[in-house]
Design a protein around this ligand. Structure first.
Ligand code: SF4
Length: 244
């Protein structure tokens, strides 16, 4: 197997949407995704990218991380997150994740939940989506992945409609998800016109939009064991900014 990956971008920013939100993080965004979620804000990663060797990727991550080396603290900063697209579509993503762990980084993986993650290095913190109906991809959820999650992982529901909320609430109860790991509810930010890629799924007919405030109030009223979150980077920088 060659040791290359197709990389969309590598950049330093703040982790924006998980229990790690707010911490400095180097992001490695890999190219390609087999899904077309209706709310996807990274359609540019479907095809744009450049082949890089594993050593080139590691060298760039180390370079971006270097200014933090003198910082003492309980967790080594910056974090490193491998994201996409769907990073697990590239077999060498597993090699990259292991190499980053071997380097001593705290490594996060953002994955769609539709690809088997059992081969991911056990030191990696997996942030796994469960695709709700409004994404147009909920039939693709790879449910056996739930067996592989640990308390250090996280499950994320991106909620775009009232129907998504009811679906997520039902799944959490049926599968007792809160006992597995933290569960995140992320409100789907409506796409700007420039982000509306024509290949994305339409929102299925019959869905009723949910506002950020409605989502927050519903989960409180229903006493759901979840963490509400907003995409912090979209509040700090323009919602369509890349590399942040
Ligand atoms: S899984 Fe969905 S949201 Fe994530 S990159 Fe693919 S299409 Fe976009």
């Amino acid at each position: 197997m060659s040791d290359t990956l197709v990389v969309n971008e590598i950049f330093l920013s703040l982790q924006g949407e998980s229990t790690w939100a707010g911490l400095p993080c180097v992001f490695v965004r890999l190219t390609a995704c087999h899904l077309r979620c209706s709310y996807c804000d990274t359609a540019y990663a479907f095809t744009e990218g450049r082949k890089q060797t594993l050593n080139e990727v590691l060298a760039r991550v180390r370079e971006l991380a270097k200014p933090f080396q003198s910082e003492a603290g309980p967790a080594r900063l910056p974090l490193v997150e491998v994201t996409g697209g769907e990073p697990l579509l590239q077999p060498n993503s597993l090699v990259l994740l292991k190499a980053l762990c071997d380097d001593g980084f705290t490594v996060l993986l953002e994955t769609s939940g539709t690809v088997d993650l059992s081969g991911v290095d056990a030191r990696v913190r997996r942030i796994m989506d469960l695709k709700c109906p409004a994404s147009g991809e909920s039939d693709r959820n790879h449910w056996p992945n739930l067996r592989h999650l640990r308390h250090t992982d996280e499950i994320k529901f991106v909620i775009a409609s009232q129907e998504d909320y009811h679906w997520a609430r039902k799944i959490i109860a049926e599968r007792n998800l809160a006992r597995l790991c933290p569960v995140l509810f992320s409100w789907a930010v409506p796409l700007l016109q420039a982000q509306q890629n024509r290949s994305l799924n339409p929102i299925p007919a019959g869905h009723t939009p949910i506002t950020r405030q409605q989502l927050a109030e519903r989960l409180l009223a229903d006493a759901l064991p979840v963490r509400f979150q907003v995409q912090m980077h979209k509040i700090i920088w323009p919602a369509d900014a890349r590399g942040v």
